[in-house]
Design a protein around this ligand. Structure first.
Ligand code: 5GP
Length: 191
């Protein structure tokens, strides 16, 4: 097991509905030492890519993206969840269905902060069905920028997102891939 898998095995809690709770170290209370290791590992995995910007989505991607950005020496832009108002014009907009809340959000990025010169690393905490990533990819494409890669902390490998994104041809690196989890026993199996 790598450092992140070890931490998930120790402190992750398996909930009903295919939800893995990691709020004691990843997305509510945040263990910044762990984020530092995640950032260093992502830099290693994308070392040969000409990345000049990191894109993530609020809220729980921001912490990981910010720490990783220290290793890449690039700015972080996060897609904001917006109310359904008319945002055409200055914003790139994509529709994203939330895995945990089952609601649809429009997410927006200002055209000021993403353009055709950008070579983007997308970062997020979780990959489940891939809706969040597909929204972010759509935004990068709308800007005429290039997705250089996608870095995920925890991929739930028994849900379809990982395969969908890899089939689209993107370099997707997940630091921990959960292949099975049992809400009764709490057992978590890694790939
Ligand atoms: P997707 O769009 O791939 O279905 O889901 C990704 C988003 O849903 C992530 O940004 C993450 O915030 C949230 N998410 C998906 N699965 C889980 C989970 O098992 N636990 C937690 N805490 N968040 C999840």
């Amino acid at each position: 097991m790598n450092f992140l898998e070890e931490r998930i095995a120790k402190d992750g809690i398996v909930k009903e509905g295919n939800v893995l709770k990691v709020d004691s170290f990843l997305n509510h209370q945040m263990d910044i030492g762990l984020f530092d290791e995640i950032g260093r590992e992502l830099k290693k995995r994308f070392a040969n890519r000409p990345i000049n910007k990191i894109l993530t989505i609020e809220a729980s991607g921001i912490g990981i993206a910010a720490v990783a950005a220290m290793y890449f020496g690039v700015p972080v832009v996060f897609a904001k969840k917006a109310k359904s108002i008319n945002l055409e014009g200055e914003m790139y907009v994509a529709e994203v269905e939330s895995f945990t809340h089952k609601t649809k959000n429009q997410v927006i990025v200002s055209k000021k902060f993403l353009n055709e010169e950008d070579r983007v690393l997308i970062i997020d905490d979780f990959l489940a069905n891939g809706c969040a990533l597909q929204g972010l990819i759509q935004i990068v494409q709308a800007a005429g920028a290039v997705v250089e890669g996608i870095g995920i902390a925890i991929e739930k490998g028994f849900q379809p997102g990982g395969q969908i994104i890899r089939n689209l041809g993107y370099k997707l690196e997940s630091l921990a891939i959960v292949d099975a989890m049992n809400p009764v026993t709490g057992e978590i199996t890694f790939r």
